[in-house]
Design a protein around this ligand. Structure first.
Ligand code: 5GP
Ligand code: ZN
Length: 109
């Protein structure tokens, strides 16, 4: 299996997992851009936002529920945080398995 995020989901390569349920895994980015930087990754191998279909709506909505839970747990609701979905090479996407970045303590370049 070539996809690095599918390998993390299958636990064939390690990751620092902060949340996992039937449809979604959240783990720390290996190259953090802020004090907190996690990736929210649907377990289904969907390549990009362009490949989303109607049946993916529940898991994409569920992502935001988990974002709210993590923001509350980490006490960053007030200070705020950044959510990013990079789409395609021109959009900065390097891993072709859909994921949303959640970054707090982000510094503007
Ligand atoms: P993209 O540029 O595709 O939106 O973001 C991919 C992210 O995945 C990058 O921020 C990169 O640091 C992270 N990443 C790449 N490979 C690994 C890995 O093996 N483990 C973890 N935890 N993060 C990774
Ligand atoms: Zn994958």
């Amino acid at each position: 299996m070539a996809c690095i995020f599918c390998q993390i989901i299958e636990k064939t390569i390690p990751a620092d997992v902060v949340h996992e349920d039937d449809d979604l895994i959240v783990f720390k980015d290996i190259n953090p851009k802020g004090a907190i930087h996690v990736l929210l990754v649907p377990k289904a191998h969907i390549e990009t936002v362009n490949d989303l279909e109607t049946h993916h709506i529940p898991v994409m909505g569920h992502m935001f529920e988990v974002v709210q839970q993590l923001a509350a747990k980490w006490k960053i609701v007030e200070q705020g945080y950044r959510l990013t979905l990079n789409v395609g090479r021109g959009g900065g996407q390097e891993v072709d398995h859909i994921h949303m970045h959640m970054v707090s303590g982000w510094t503007r370049r």
